[in-house]
Design a protein around this ligand. Structure first.
Ligand SMILES: [Zn+2]
Length: 270
């Protein structure tokens, strides 16, 4: 599943090819994504100049003078730059066609979306409740400490709640908690201020490292087989249940929490 680093890498990969360009057309082959692609979107976008691109959580935002297109990659979505004469494959559900390039969306499981708003985009129902960006300065130890007081949910679940902070998916929550030496099952409200500071630092570190790694795959956003940007990463605990802890070599413990896999070291994490 595309996580925040993949979305950020996607943004950086596609932006240079389409930013400032005029949309010739929107070709929709399959409007039934998680929510239907608005029927009038093609006429909304034709002839409009794409002013800028940005990211909020795992949403890619395409800013036009008349409004904003929101794209989410869902479980299996990807975006890449295709050549104008390149035939579409079976799961290529929409093309945003520019002069010399085509932004092509592929999504076998169709949990992603393409939506439109002409209101201020931060007020959109999908974005308005979102917590701070993990790599922003507002997300600091003090914020996490204040926000977690009285909270009895496990800290991992608390971190993966987009109202707490956006973009900390299962993989990154596992990795950051290991690096911060905090058990995923600890109650959020039981974290000390120092632990909150350490945890924030490690969350930023694992996400930034993944984004930096993704940067090396940027060329894959143009051409290729349409599977861009999802990079193999060196993971310390995620997917390594039963294997040796990279720090103390005891077997890592794997449990299910909230129906997601959690892997941690019973001796290194408190
Ligand atoms: Zn250990």
């Amino acid at each position: 599943m595309p996580e925040l680093p993949e979305v950020e890498t996607t943004l950086r990969g596609i932006a240079p090819h389409i930013q400032g360009r005029k949309v010739l057309s929107l070709i929709v082959r399959q409007p039934s994504l998680r929510w239907p692609i608005p029927a009038d979107l093609a006429s909304q976008l034709a002839g409009k100049k794409l002013r800028a691109l940005s990211r909020r959580g795992k949403y890619l935002l395409l800013h036009f003078d008349t409004g904003t297109a929101l794209i989410h990659l869902g479980m299996s979505g990807s975006l890449r730059i295709a050549q104008p004469d390149e035939p579409a494959a079976v799961h290529d559900h929409f093309d945003l066609v520019f002069n010399e390039s085509v932004l092509r969306y592929r999504d076998p499981r169709r949990f992603g979306c393409l939506l439109w708003t002409d209101e201020p985009v931060e007020a959109h129902r999908l974005l308005s409740h979102l917590g701070p960006e993990p790599l922003s300065d507002i997300f600091d130890g003090d914020y996490l400490f204040r926000r977690s007081r009285q909270r009895r949910v496990p800290v991992k679940q608390f971190l993966m709640d987009s109202k707490t902070v956006v973009g900390v998916g299962n993989i990154y929550a596992n990795e950051a908690l290991f690096l911060a030496e905090i058990k995923p099952i600890r109650k959020a409200g039981a974290l000390t201020r120092k632990e909150c500071e350490r945890l924030v630092e490690k969350i930023k570190q694992v996400l930034q490292r993944a984004i930096d790694q993704g940067g090396t795959t940027l060329r894959d956003f143009v051409g290729g087989d349409g599977q861009p940007g999802y990079f193999a990463q060196e993971l310390l605990v995620y997917g390594r249940g039963g294997l040796a802890c990279p720090s103390c070599e005891r077997a890592l413990k794997e449990i299910r929490m909230n129906n997601r896999s959690s892997v941690y070291c019973v001796s290194c994490q408190r």
